[in-house]
Design a protein around this ligand. Sequence first.
Ligand code: SF4
Length: 290
Amino acid sequence: MRHEGAIFRPPSEAESLILQATVGCSWNHCTYCAMYREKSYRVRPLEELVAEVRLARRECGAEVTRIFVADGDALAMELGHWEPLLLACREAFPRLRRVSAYATALNVAAKSDAELRRLRELGLSLLYVGPETGDDVTFQRIAKGAGFAEHALASRRAHAAGMKVSAIFLLGVGGVDRSREHAEGSARLVTEMDPEFLSVLTLTVVPGTPTAALAARGQFELPSIERMLEELRTLVAASHPTGAIFRTNHASNYLPLEGRLPRDRDRIVATVDRALAGAVPLRPEWARGL
Ligand code: SF4
């Protein structure tokens, strides 16, 4: 497959065919994000993408069951681009079970209910949405472009269209001063979004980002590891999804955990408490990744 620049995908898409339909992120303003700063957003030409799907069929055979459509917010593509692309995927890979993509709340808001339903009919069945926080002050500070209400609505509309939602939250993104509000708001937003998958990552302040510039000026302070573990504890203990697969297996995290919420809530909270008490080893700094 032809990929331009670094490709980012969720850990759970490790086995998927990665189809880079868009380059970069149509928003590209989040203050902590360094993923697509060097890329100018564009949608790749349809003919090029369809040819790539056919090439993938020749190279990988008909066995592909999962496709992840990159880059940063591929849902931004117009329906006129998505439709033939998903049809080509379906034709090339008859065993295809899941097509997924990153999506922002803004991307979902830009699609009508009928468009979302059509995308689902054609196979787009999972959206990875990263509000990162549930605290409206933090939403504004990180320039997410949408807040609590917009993310709750995006999830509701994706669910109504028959799609699954994987929600991503980011420990530390509220800084020291909004840490408690960030954790409590995130727990409330998890309950509202009621995602099928819930992932928690840990903020790394990346050089070159607005967050790094704020940190250098003393206007942003990353909470301590203990404080971020407390955020994680609040997020798990106070959220009420009806049935979410929960993971902190991303390389950025100090404490990899997994389970189902609400079923495994007590076990997960107890593990975080043991980590806070120093009884569970944390991932060392050198082993963490973005
Ligand atoms: S929407 Fe996602 S990819 Fe785009 S700038 Fe924000 S965090 Fe980065």
